[in-house]
Ligand binder design. Structure first.
Ligand code: GDP
Ligand code: MN
Length: 390
């Protein structure tokens, strides 16, 4: 789960990380009120969307008067901000107004969960501001990587070493070391999967400040962090994915038109490949998991049909723990309860397959059955082609 910049900053401030003073606004009037409340003579108006690259998309504006703040906010509110990371655009309905920071240097700092080493990895660079991909391409030698040993955590020595490699001077190293350790504690305590401060700024006065902040959290650990899960903003999520997640389904929305319901992530990947090989495009990746009851199959049906781009449904079940007869019952129930007006291709194999096939046959429903995965993929692609309006 992702959170907004202002929420990440609020969490990080609790761990002693310096952030600029700011206030949230839900309307342009509130935004200009926030700037008078903050005082000073320069502010940054920042669109709150779950995406980076806001600056170059016009979502971050430095303003010198409350009128400028009002104008900037007027322009941003209600708009879909299209960024390099969010080509579909994300709705702006919260704006964060901050006191402007006097930036002398921009650095980069991130903590990520490195799945290869199964450890937290600190990535840092003396050049901040740009995206890390760009940084790694332009100056790969300037990207610092430092793996944290979980048993000891981020030690002061390691933190100082990173700060030194970032080109900070003696006076800033103690400050940076404290900041990195705070970031590490926040990451660990809150079960984050990503924490990115870009830019981490050295101000004209030589102070370190987190001018931008991005955090993502492990969905599987959210149950033990109510203070984080309440920060969820559905308006920023793929509607198909949040619908499915609410129902306990592992679902990833894709861009094609073949809706998929599969058991097991491995089989789902293989099915995506077979669809592509047959010349089609999957609309989603949905794993109904093991031991799927007819109710669960029905829920999955709803989740897939929820996507209006779906023109064909492909169900591929290789039942081990699952039971084909249960899946078949779920399919029949789906036809009874939902208006299924698109072709459905089903391939069943494994436990209770004979019974499953019998249920489908005797239902008299217009289902295309297939014996193998490749046949199922071909049938689905053929049906999606036939369904394309002339
Ligand atoms: P992003 O584009 O979504 O990553 O948004 P950021 O919060 O990182 O802002 C983009 C850029 O705007 C930063 O890299 C800074 O160069 C600039 N910026 C943001 N806040 C301030 C500020 O307070 N003062 C100044 N001078 N520039 C800022
Ligand atoms: Mn940024």
């Amino acid at each position: 789960m992702d959170v907004h910049e202002y929420q990440a900053k609020e969490l990080l401030a609790r761990y002693g990380i310096p952030v600029p003073r700011g206030g949230l606004a839900y309307s342009p009037e509130q935004a200009s009120y926030r700037c008078t409340e903050l005082g000073g003579d320069a502010w940054v108006v920042k669109a709150q969307v779950h995406s980076g690259g806001r600056g170059e998309a016009g979502g971050v504006r430095v303003c010198r008067s409350d009128h400028e703040v009002l104008d900037a906010a007027n322009e941003l509110f209600g708009r879909r901000l299209v960024t390099r990371q969010a080509p579909g655009g994300k709705l702006v309905y919260r704006i964060y107004v901050e006191e402007a920071t006097d930036i002398a240097r921009e650095l980069y700092l991130a903590l990520v969960l490195d799945r290869a080493s199964e450890k937290i990895l600190v990535i840092a660079s003396p050049d901040g501001g740009m995206e890390i991909e760009e940084l790694a391409e332009r100056a790969p030698e300037a990207v610092i990587r430092s793996v944290v040993e979980p048993a000891v955590g981020l030690t002061p020595f390691q933190a100082r070493e990173i700060a030194f490699a970032m080109g900070l001077d003696a006076g800033q190293i103690a400050q940076a070391s404290k900041l990195f350790q705070g970031a590490y504690r926040a990451f660990r305590d809150l079960d984050a999967t990503l924490l990115e401060i870009n830019p981490l700024v050295v101000t004209g006065d030589g102070e370190l400040v987190a001018v931008d902040a991005k955090m993502s959290f492990d969905d599987n650990a959210l149950f033990r962090h109510p203070e984080v899960s309440e920060l969820r903003d559905r308006s920023q999520e793929d509607a198909r994915e949040s619908h499915a997640a609410d129902r306990g389904l592992a679902y990833v929305g894709l861009d094609g038109d073949i809706g998929c319901m599969i058991n097991g992530a491995g089989l789902a990947m293989a099915t995506m490949d077979m669809i592509e090989l047959a010349g089609g495009e999957p609309a989603n990746f949905l794993d109904i998991g093991g031991g799927a009851s007819p109710e669960r199959v029905l829920k999955a049906f709803r989740a897939v049909l929820n996507d209006k781009a779906v023109r064909v449904m492909l169900i591929n079940i290789f039942a081990g723990i699952n039971r084909c007869d249960w899946v078949a019952k779920g399919i029949v129930a789906a036809f009874e309860e939902i208006d299924v007006s698109i072709p459905v291709v089903v391939r069943l194999a494994g436990t209770h397959v004979e019974e499953g096939r019998r249920i489908l046959r005797e239902s008299g429903l217009p289902i295309v059955t297939a014996d193998s995965l490749s046949e199922a993929a071909r049938e689905a692609v053929a049906a999606s082609r036939a369904a394309v309006p002339a």
